[in-house]
Ligand binder design. Structure first.
Ligand SMILES: Nc1nc2c(ncn2[C@@H]2O[C@H](COP(=O)(O)OP(=O)(O)OP(=O)(O)O)[C@@H](O)[C@H]2O)c(=O)[nH]1
Ligand SMILES: [Zn+2]
Length: 208
């Protein structure tokens, strides 16, 4: 799939000064971003976050999900290493869009879980596509990635899209009373791994 690089600039943040690269997918019109730091073109695996847009969590401090905390933690870890890349993909609401995500949240307020709400709106649980990631990583000269994610299916999807994934690093952040049920549903229905210490999902420690 062709993806067009549009422009790049410096992006100073509270974590580090990144390079920001803007891309456009001509087929969908979606604009995607890559934030890069350090020498990532040396052929060695690069610490990477493939982050799906979450307006409510990333920009509006929502505690319904873990997205904002995961994004901050990923940037912090990359800054600590002095080397890495974040792909910020404009696939809001796992691909159903912001208005439909708000509809889905309304259904969740009335008792549905995240997967049931999507189904009631006529959508599959996850409509995301990762085809743009290979060309975006190639543009910033990343040969392979160590992916920060709790979602093993994201690893499979990226590999199917031709990305070389050297390994997975868990990214459990932002667990709070408002998103515990949501995270438990992701563990039960979407295969997410939160680790034994999280208290969430089948690998959670059974406390005496
Ligand atoms: N449809 C829908 N999308 C949601 C909901 N909550 C969060 N999202 C979206 O889900 C996407 C993030 O996906 P997650 O399932 O949280 O996590 P992931 O990217 O699969 O896995 P990680 O890499 O571990 O974060 C973002 O695009 C959010 O906007 C929800 O209840 N319904
Ligand atoms: Zn979110």
């Amino acid at each position: 799939m062709p993806i067009h690089h549009i422009a790049s600039c410096r992006l100073p943040t509270r974590f580090a000064e990144f390079e920001l690269h803007g891309f456009q997918d001509p087929a969908s019109g979606h604009e995607h971003l890559a934030l890069t730091l350090g020498d990532i073109g040396d052929g060695l695996p690069v610490l990477c976050r493939v982050h799906s847009e979450c307006m409510t969590g990333d920009a509006l401090f929502s505690q319904r999900c873990d997205c904002g905390a995961q994004l901050a933690a990923a940037l912090e870890r990359i800054a600590a290493r002095g080397r890495g890349v974040v792909l910020y993909l404009r696939q809001e609401g796992r691909g159903i869009g912001l208005m439909n995500k708000i509809r889905a949240y309304g259904l969740q307020d009335a008792g549905a879980d995240t997967v049931e709400a999507n189904a009631r709106l006529g959508f599959a649980a996850d409509l995301r596509d990762y085809a743009m990631c290979g060309p975006m990583l190639a543009h910033v000269r990343v040969a392979s990635i160590e992916l920060m994610t709790n979602n093993p299916r994201k690893l499979d999807a990226l590999r199917e899209a031709g990305v070389v994934v050297a390994g997975r690093i868990g990214l459990v952040h932002g667990v709070n009373p408002h998103n515990r049920r949501y995270l438990a549903t992701k563990a039960a229905k979407l295969g997410h791994l939160f680790g034994p210490a999280s208290g969430i999902g089948p690998e959670a420690e059974v406390l005496p």
